[in-house]
Design a protein around this ligand. Structure first.
Ligand code: GUE
Length: 299
């Protein structure tokens, strides 16, 4: 059997189209335009590319994009003054500070400074706690995107065996919480797990987020399983002249012969992340204005 390849680019375009539709309806009915503020500290070229792309996609769905570029040596107090201003600005519904930041700044303290209601990355302790206790939270974009693809692929996830590989605050932990909330039997695995292959062989759903290139082998996958590959690993450049090839945490070529459905890298989870950032900004706008949650775009 050859797996269905889940087209994350097309899926993300569809999510953005649905966001755009609901943004237009919100403008017409309530005169409210959702706004996303993106803060970039320093001049990391990869970050600049991401931030530019986020700004373009934000405007494409009819939202306001506010972009702030601060020098790499910006004093902490100055960054916090900007965050405080954005927290208080009713035109700004979502705030994202692009990571990584230079070493004199603390990502943890930056996240804590952003109002939980505007924390569209879902990274704050408050949002993690809300998610874990079943309250309305902002859910971090990558796991939210994975959940959307899983629901689309499998329908009701109740009772399915799900294995999450990786326990990061950004992906693994919230992913486990979301799958648990959708009634999966969740196994969290990580670098110290004794028999990873054995755990994965039982899984109807595999979410790989470890950051080890092609670590998950094809013969670990249960036939028909849905495999979501969050990994983005750049292999060392050699033959391909310049940039190395981008690969996931799953041996894609082998796994696609066994799985029922699988996400490729690139073109899988990555594009969904930005689409979910826009979905989260819309959700934050609805909540800030006492409007119903956007249909099909939340956890
Ligand atoms: N506060 C914060 N929030 C973030 O969400 C955040 C961040 N900081 N810092 C950097 C990472 C990275 N990130 C990606 C988003 C989309 C793709 C994406 O669309 N990737 C494409 C193309 C990849 C390529 O070819 O380079 C793909 O996977 O198909 C990748 C990476 C968001 N991040």
């Amino acid at each position: 059997m050859t797996a269905k390849i889940i087209d994350g680019k097309a899926f993300a375009a569809d999510v953005r189209a649905r966001v755009a539709e609901q943004v237009a309806a919100m403008k017409a009915a309530h005169g409210i335009t959702p706004g996303l503020a993106v803060v970039l500290v320093g001049e990391d070229p990869a970050s600049q590319v991401y931030v530019r792309s986020k700004g373009e996609k934000t405007r494409e769905v009819g939202m306001n994009s506010f972009e702030y570029k601060l020098p790499a040596d910006v004093p902490e107090a100055e960054l916090y003054a900007l965050i405080d201003k954005l927290n208080a600005d009713p035109q700004v519904h979502g705030i994202l500070c692009q990571f990584p930041v230079p070493p004199h700044l603390s990502e943890r303290d930056i996240i804590a400074r952003i109002s939980a209601e505007k924390d569209v990355d879902g990274l704050s302790v408050i949002n993690a706690g809300r998610l874990a206790t079943g309250q309305k939270a902002m859910v971090s974009c990558t796991p939210l995107g994975c959940l959307m693809m899983l629901r689309d692929e499998r329908g009701d996830l109740s009772g399915l065996d799900a294995v999450v590989i990786g326990r990061s605050n950004l992906v693994g932990k919230p992913m486990g919480q979301l799958l648990l909330r959708d009634n999966c039997t969740v196994t969290m695995t990580h670098s110290r797990t004794r028999d990873l292959a054995e755990a994965i062989r039982r899984a109807d759903i595999v979410v790989a987020a470890v950051g080890v290139p092609e670590m998950v082998k094809g013969d670990w996958i249960k036939p028909g399983a849905t495999v979501i590959d969050v990994g983005m690993n750049r292999l060392p450049p050699e033959e391909e002249g310049g940039k190395g090839r981008l690969v996931g945490d799953v041996d894609f070529a082998a796994a696609k012969e066994v799985a029922g459905a699988i996400t490729p890298v690139p073109g899988g989870v990555g594009p969904m992340t930005i689409a979910c950032l826009l979905a989260n900004t819309l959700t934050a706008t609805c909540r800030a204005n006492g409007l119903p949650e956007p249909e099909g775009l939340t956890a």
